[in-house]
Structure formats: structure tokens, C-alpha cells
Design a protein around this ligand. Structure first.
Ligand code: FRU
Length: 496
């Protein structure tokens, strides 16, 4: 049954979205209908449509009492909003409906599994986090009468009910359901718990799927667990990471572990780990298996440590989802490609071959804020490799953001210092790339307020958001020493 807070939120968002012109949003990245967005939730395919729910506060551009926003799409790029799906209105979720996931029940309903949060002993108390269910028809959802379905009594000894959240549910080959959720020990280290269910309503503890030995931050948020190319893959979004070389940065990070699932102990055995995204703005990704068998991931294209951006107040929305990315495993590593449906957005095409760069260069027609570029750089003289290649974008006389590549150090850097931000927080990040003797391939996607860089065929990805006014449309190239560039450019929408 739709209740008062949800009715209010739905009326509010419908009126408020009219104040946001399409031109103030990205073209093909999902933003909140109005107000604040964080994690992707309930990413699923149901009744012929992709569904994306998201952590949502409609009334402000800052995090507050969490609702679930809702949008649907046929191609994962053109999204239509549906009314908000959940509002915090029950005693067990009065502080918020936190992250979770979705699955179709055997009788064809859409089941949402989310974390209901209430405060222990008043507003200033600690969180009590439990897992709850709502079922619906793809638009309207009813919270289950016997919520919560998992609470403190389902936690193994020593785990805290203050941090027990973000259930990700999937159906196994025998038709039963599993879900993995994050929890925490007294020493603050994250633990991932596996639960099983026949029908999605009654759940029981199965095993500790994985544990933080102290290598990856403290609490583990938003887990996802799936098989890909014959391997088991675990995605974790840890809080409070310590940096490790250029692999992991401080704060909230993303970790992909590739390994195997031990059927005996029901434990995941990691064999390899890496960052999921090496840029500034990426967190809490969720994946789905598409009907045609692709494993596709979408993340929150933001990060808790960098989200106090000013400039969103007048924009009336904050938070974007990343591009949907197709995942694969090659040579034991995670690879990502922009979803192939993006090719349907391509407009004009320009190609430049063997462009000699030395100093600054602009190329006729190469500009724009919704654009796709395939850039291949190589040294002009392989015995005397250039020192630095730079591409500036979202550029005018005052603003620009840049990607630079230093072959001698194998470092790729993203820098948005001059993107219009008036705050001194993280504007740069570097990523160590494979040494290929000064060669690099960059597949760059610009969508007004973001850049996503797929490096060397998707071996690594760097993502960042920018706030720069869309009138800054310039793109230029620079090399310190002789470099040669091949470039294929597409505009990615009719108007840009
Ligand atoms: C991750 C997270 C989740 C939680 C949600 C609250 O970004 O902290 O763990 O469910 O956001 O909005």
C-alpha cells in the first residue's frame, strides 16, 4: 500500500523535476529525478525493462533520510523516471531505506530487498540495521508484513547490528536464492555474510563468504558476488582505505577480487585483487546479467570523500550513475568496456591518422561535451620517447580538465583543478598503467558533467565528474617531445 510519506515524495518529485531542464543534466547518465542520489539499488531486468533504483533524498541536494528513487530503460542509456519506490515510514526503517537489490519472485512479482535503518534510543542513537522486503509490480511496492526478514538474531557471534547492510540477492541454478550483505566485527573490520532462501521472504544464515584481514579498509559496503568467465568475482566498496601504491587510494574505495567459491565451506577464496575504478568518482557498483548473457555494472559516479562539491545547489540535482560497463576477465584481470548500446548514440564521425604532436594542437571539428574518442598515442621515435602527452577537454579560456600520460613513469593522470570547482578537495588522481614503450590507447567518453577513460582496451578505467559550464567545449592535445596520434571522434547526441 502506498503510504503518506511516499505519496508526498511522489508529488514533490513530479513538481520539482520540471524545474530542471534537460540541458542541465547529462545526456545518457542517470541523475536523480530531483535532489540527492547515491548508490545504485535494485539494478535488475523485469518485465522487459531494465530497472534502476537509487539511494534518494528528493528534498535537497545533500544526503538525508533515504528513499528509493526509480527509473526504467530499454537500453540502459535512455532512462525514464518512475515514481519513488520506497520511503522511510515503518518503525524498522524510520531512519532510512538503505541500499539493496531486486529479484523476480517465482510468481512474477518484483521483490526488493533493502536495509531498513532505525535509531536505537532516539535520533542521536546508533543505527539498528536490518534487512527488509517490499514486493510489487514494477511501479508500486508493498512492504512485507513480517519485516525485518534478517536482524541481529541472524548475525553470527561478534557481529554488530549497527553495521549490517546492503543485501545483494541472486537466484542460483537450483532456483533457490542467495544474498550477500556487509557486516562488521568489533575491531571495525568488514565481514560478508551469505544467506539463503527458497522464496525470498524467509532467510537463513549460510556462511561467512569473506572477511577483511585488514588489507582493505574497515567496513565493507555494497558487496556483489557473481561468476564471470568461469571465475568467482567479489566486488566490495570498503570504507576507510589506506593507500597502496597507485592501486588503492585513501578513503572509500572499490575492490574487485577474482577467485573461486569453495562449495564445502561456502567461502570465497580470492586469488587476485585490483581497484575497480582508478579515477576520482566511483563507488558502490552493482551488476546484472542481461537477458543476452552480459555481465553489466553500474556504479555511483561519485565518492563520499569528494561529494561536497559546491555548485549543485542551483542545479537541483546531485549524483550520477556511471556508464553501464560490460565486464570480462582477461589474463586474470577485470576488463571493462562501455556498454555496446552506446554506439547507437553516435552522430558525426571524424577520423585523424598519424597526427604529429609536438607542442599544442587543436584539430578541426574535435570538440564538445558529449563525445566519444578513441585515441592511440605512440612515440614518433621509439628510441627517444616523448615525456608527456596531455589532452585538455571542457576547455575555454578559463576552464579545462585534463588527462596526461607520462610514459617514463607509466602514469596516467586525471586533473580537474580548473573545472570550475571552488573547493580544495581531491581534483587529481594518478593511475599506473602497463608499460608499452610509450604507446597507450584511451577510449574517452564525455557526457557533459563527467569523463570516463577506458585505458588499453578496458584494462583499467578512470572516472571523474566535472561541473564546468557546458559552454566550455574545447578539446586540445599537447605533447612534450614527438608523439604520433590516431584519433576517432564521434559526437554522442544530436545537439552536441
Ligand atoms: C554506501 C552506503 C551504503 C548504505 C547507503 C546509505 O554508499 O553507505 O552502505 O546502504 O550508502 O545511503
Amino acid at each position: 500500500m502506498v503510504n503518506q510519506s511516499l505519496i508526498f515524495a511522489r508529488a514533490y518529485e513530479e513538481a520539482a523535476e520540471k524545474r530542471i531542464p534537460d540541458s542541465a543534466r547529462p545526456k545518457f547518465h542517470l541523475t536523480p529525478r530531483t535532489g540527492w542520489m547515491n548508490d545504485p539499488n535494485g539494478f535488475s531486468f523485469y518485465r522487459g525493462m531494465y530497472h534502476m533504483f537509487y539511494q534518494y533524498y528528493p528534498y535537497d541536494t545533500e544526503w538525508n533520510s533515504m528513499h528509493w528513487g526509480h527509473a526504467v530503460s530499454r537500453d540502459l542509456l535512455r532512462w525514464s523516471y518512475l515514481p519513488a519506490a520506497l520511503a522511510p515510514d515503518k518503525p524498522y526503517d524510520s531512519f532510512g531505506c538503505f541500499s539493496g537489490s531486486a529479484i523476480e519472485t517465482e510468481d512474477g512479482r518484483q521483490l526488493l530487498m533493502y536495509t531498513g535503518v532505525r535509531k536505537e534510543g532516539g535520533d542521536k542513537g546508533k543505527d539498528i540495521q536490518t534487512q527488509c522486503i517490499a514486493v510489487g509490480d514494477g511501479t508500486d511496492y508493498t512492504k512485507y508484513a513480517h519485516n525485518p526478514v534478517l536482524d541481529a538474531s541472524d548475525l553470527p557471534e561478534g557481529l554488530s547490528p549497527n553495521d549490517f547492510r546492503d543485501p545483494k540477492v541472486w537466484r542460483t541454478e537450483d532456483g533457490t536464492l542467495r544474498c550477500v550483505a556487509g557486516a562488521r566485527r568489533a575491531d571495525k573490520r568488514g565481514v560478508l555474510l551469505l544467506f539463503r532462501s527458497r522464496d525470498g521472504f524467509k532467510w537463513e544464515f549460510e556462511s561467512v563468504l569473506a572477511e577483511n584481514d585488514g588489507s582493505f579498509g574497515l567496513m565493507w559496503e555494497c558487496p556483489d558476488f557473481f561468476t564471470l568467465d568461469g571465475k568467482s568475482v567479489l566486488f566490495i566498496s570498503p570504507q576507510d582505505m589506506l593507500p597502496e601504491g597507485f592501486e588503492y587510494h585513501n578513503g572509500n574505495g572499490t575492490v574487485c577480487q577474482i577467485g573461486r567459491f569453495d562449495e564445502e565451506t561456502k567461502r570465497f577464496i580470492p586469488e587476485h585483487d585490483q581497484a575497480i575504478d582508478y579515477g576520482i568518482d566511483f563507488y558502490a557498483p552493482q551488476t546484472i546479467l542481461t537477458p543476452d548473457g552480459r555481465r553489466v555494472m553500474i556504479g555511483w559516479m561519485q565518492n563520499w570523500d569528494t561529494c561536497k562539491l559546491t555548485g549543485y545547489e542551483e542545479r537541483l540535482w546531485f549524483g550520477q550513475m556511471s556508464l553501464p560497463r560490460e565486464l570480462s576477465i582477461r589474463n586474470g584481470r577485470l576488463y571493462q568496456q562501455p556498454i555496446r548500446e552506446l554506439a547507437g548514440f553516435r552522430g558525426r564521425k571524424l577520423e585523424y591518422r598519424d597526427v604529429r604532436l609536438s607542442g599544442e594542437k587543436t584539430l578541426e571539428g574535435i570538440e564538445g561535451r558529449c563525445a566519444e574518442m578513441d585515441i592511440r598515442i605512440r612515440p614518433e621515435d621509439s628510441t627517444n620517447v616523448f615525456r608527456k602527452f596531455t589532452m585538455r577537454f571542457a576547455q575555454d579560456s578559463r576552464y579545462h580538465s585534463l588527462i596526461s600520460f607520462r610514459p617514463y613513469e607509466s602514469l596516467l593522470k586525471i586533473d580537474r583543478k580548473f573545472s570550475g570547482s571552488r573547493r580544495a578537495f581531491i581534483h587529481q588522481r594518478r593511475c599506473q598503467v602497463a608499460d608499452r614503450g610509450g604507446e597507450i590507447r584511451l577510449h574517452v567518453i564525455l557526457d557533459r558533467f563527467s569523463v570516463e577513460i577506458f585505458i588499453n582496451d578496458g584494462e583499467q578505467v578512470m572516472t571523474a565528474t566535472i561541473l564546468t559550464d557546458t559552454s566550455a567545449r574545447g578539446i586540445s592535445f599537447h605533447s612534450d617531445g614527438g608523439a604520433v596520434m590516431d584519433l576517432t571522434w564521434y559526437s554522442l547526441s544530436s545537439e552536441d
